[in-house]
Each structure stands twice: as C-alpha cells, then as structure tokens.
Design a protein around this ligand. Structure first.
Ligand code: PMP
Length: 387
C-alpha cells in the first residue's frame, strides 16, 4: 500500500511483512478451528501450526519450544513476569530492582507491587542511557527477588550491557527478566548467552501482527515459579489461559523466522540508512543533538533534539513523514518523556526531541527525502518563531 507517507515510526509498530500476511491468511479463511480441540483434523492442524510458531519464536532467541508462552504482546508478558514472580514467591526476598528508562508496562507493575509492601528500587541511568553498574551492584543483594531491565530502549535505542548485568544479578541469587520488545528481531538476542530467566517479546515490533507476543521462561512454563494473572481453560500450561489467537501466533512465528533469516544483513542495511539520515540532517542543522549511546544502540534508532523548535510544531507540519515525539505509548500526555528526563535532558529539550525509527522497507531514496523534508520544515517553523 502506498500511503504517501514515509514511515519512520518503527519503534511504535512495524508494518506486517507480506510473507507474514500470507502465512496468516489460511487461519482466517480456511481453518478457523480452536487448537484446543484434538477431536477433529482442523483442530489438530491449528494446534500443529501453533507449535510450529512456538518453534520459530524459540529459534530466534536460542530457546526451547516449551519455554515459549504466547501472550498478546510485551505489555502482558512484562506484567506476567513481574507480578507473577512476586505473587508466586513465598520466601524472604521482597525486593524488585528495575531502571528509570523502562517502559511503563514494567514501571507500573513495579509501582503496584511497591504499594503492596515490596521494596522497589529504580536505578538511575547515565547520560547515554546505561544502567549504572555500580548502583546495580549496590542495590542487588540477598533480598532481591527479581531484576527487570530492558535490552534496548524504545526512545533512545541504548542497548544495556546485559551480559555484565546478568552475571551480577545471578551471583546474588536473583532472577533476571528482560523486556526485549525493541531488541528481539533487530539485533541478535540469545537467552543462553545472556542467561536470561525471562524475556518479553512483541510480534508487532518485528514485522508481525498486533495482538501476539511471548514470554520466554527458562526451564519451561510447566516448572516456572510464576503465578498466573488469569484463570480459565488451562492453555499455555495454565500460565496464560484463553483461546489462542491462531492467525496472529502463526504470523508471529513467520515474522520470527524471517528475522532469524535476514539478520544481520538487515541490521547492517538499516544501520547504514540511519547513519545516512543523521549525516544529512547534521549537514543541514549543524546544532542538532543526538541522544543515546552512538556506539551501543539499536541500528534503527535515532533520537534527535533540535536547538530551538518544538517537536510538536515540527511534526504537525510534516504530515508526509511518520515520526514520533518521545514514546508513542505516552504520546498524548503533555508530560515530557521520562526516558529523556532520566538521561538529563531538561523539559524544554525533551519537548524539542523527535524519535526516528527506521525499518525493513525503508529505501535510501525515502531517507534522503525525509532528511530534506525534516530540515526544510525545521528551518521554516524556526523562521516563523523568530518573527
Ligand atoms: N516494552 C517496550 C520497550 C516497548 O517499546 C513496548 C511498545 N511500545 C512495549 C514494551 C509494549 O509492547 P506491546 O505493544 O506489545 O504491548
């Protein structure tokens, strides 16, 4: 579909890959059976398709099939991981550690637990968005039940040094959950190399459909020390009951298969496009500021702070380029992004920041056109402001 809009908002959501649509289609048109029904071939075929998808998701992250629990997305996976771990625990560990630039679907369940007697420690990050390892070392001790730290940030793209974090957390006997919503499918993520206990994944961030996601659980859901948040039909080892969304799950599996096949070529190509965009913008707006860690960030991310023009004004005048101010999940609220504030930007700087998220289908021509349009509108809006 040619929308006439250059889509650079891939952190919000990615377009569904046409191969994914093709894989999903039969489960809307030909076989709509419930995979929980083993008594007819259509039910069994639907169940087989779900298991194939489970294998494909597992393959992308180096997990076993039985360690993948399907959910409706990363928000749900994060909630199950955090609330489920806390509610299942019967010992003395009553502390949860997370960090200031986590997504709200991590911070809010933590806040909910804090209101119910858990000690929640929110670690600061440095100006590049890295969790301060000394603070982590100090915070995690024999009282810590769970540490939840994202792999990649959805606004500034910073990648956490997860191998170091994982070692530190496990030396102290705590569990490690990672929000992988922005990282999985974009960069190599292996649950064994990183030794993660839990990992949240979202299909619509990796060219799959909305409404599907997964929680990876080390050792498998059957043995997981997780309290379900819902009760009912026993699906997904009773950890996430409810009739499975077969088309979305099949699409999620296919999307993971494609990511597995195309990485790292795709990461290299998209990274080059991002670098080109930043170079073109820098030539036209020399005082533009970049956020995040230039040497350790998602290949598709660019977070830009303009010297003197508000992001809202810029984007309202740029209907032909899909961009975002802060994170889409908090867009609409007038509060500046908690991520930008945590890395030390002032409120004014936060309001002057846009997030660019490139993706699989962007072309070099689009990137050149987008850079020209952003710079042109920036100079036009800036000139109006000066009058
Ligand atoms: N975590 C991060 C880092 C995200 O960027 C998002 C989506 N904005 C989520 C979690 C929530 O994912 P979902 O939309 O699948 O619920």
């Amino acid at each position: 579909m040619n929308t006439g809009v250059i889509y650079l908002d891939h952190h919000s959501s990615t377009p569904v890959d046409p191969r994914v649509v093709q894989a999903m289609m039969p489960f809307w048109t030909e076989n709509t059976a419930n995979p929980s029904n083993p008594y007819h071939p259509l039910g069994r075929r639907a169940a087989d398709a779900v298991e194939t998808a489970r294998e494909q998701v597992a393959m992308l992250i180096g997990a076993k099939r039985t360690e993948i629990v399907f959910t409706c997305g990363a928000t749900e996976s994060n909630n199950i991981a955090i609330l489920g771990t806390a509610m299942a625990h019967t010992g003395n560990r009553r502390q949860i550690v997370t960090c200031a630039i986590e997504h709200k679907s991590v911070l809010e369940p933590c806040r909910w637990l804090a209101e119910r007697g858990y000690e929640v420690i929110i670690l600061p990050v440095d100006s590049l968005g890295h969790v301060q390892l000394s603070a982590l070392e100090q915070a995690v001790d024999e009282n810590t039940l769970l540490v939840s730290i994202q792999l990649a940030n959805n606004e500034i793209g910073t990648l956490q040094r997860m191998e170091v974090i994982s070692r530190l957390v496990h030396e102290r006997g705590a569990l490690l959950h990672c929000d992988g919503a922005q990282a999985v499918g974009k960069i190599p993520v292996n649950v064994e190399h990183l030794y993660l206990d839990m990992l949240s994944i979202s299909a619509h961030k990796l060219y799959g459909p909305k409404g599907a996601g997964a929680l990876y659980v080390r050792g498998g859901a059957r043995r997981a020390r997780l309290q379900p948040l819902m009760f009912g039909g026993g699906q997904e080892w009773s950890l996430r009951p409810g009739t499975l969304n077969v088309p979305a799950i099949v699409g999620f599996g296919e999307a993971c298969r494609i990511c597995h096949e195309q990485m790292p070529e795709e990461a290299t190509r998209v990274g080059k496009l991002r670098d080109r965009l930043e170079q073109l913008l820098k030539e036209r707006i020399p005082s533009l500021q970049y956020n995040g860690d230039p040497s350790l960030r998602l290949p598709n991310n660019s977070s830009l702070t303009f010297p003197d023009v508000e992001a809202d004004a810029l984007l309202l005048n740029l209907p032909d380029v899909a961009l975002s101010t802060g994170s889409a999940c908090t867009a609409g609220a007038m509060e500046p992004s908690h991520v930008l504030q945590a890395i030390g930007l002032s409120r004014e700087q936060s309001y002057r920041t846009i997030r660019v998220g490139l993706g699989r289908f962007n072309t070099e021509e689009e990137i050149e056109r987008a850079a020209a349009r952003i710079a042109e509108v920036y100079h036009r809006v800036g000139a109006i402001g000066e009058r």
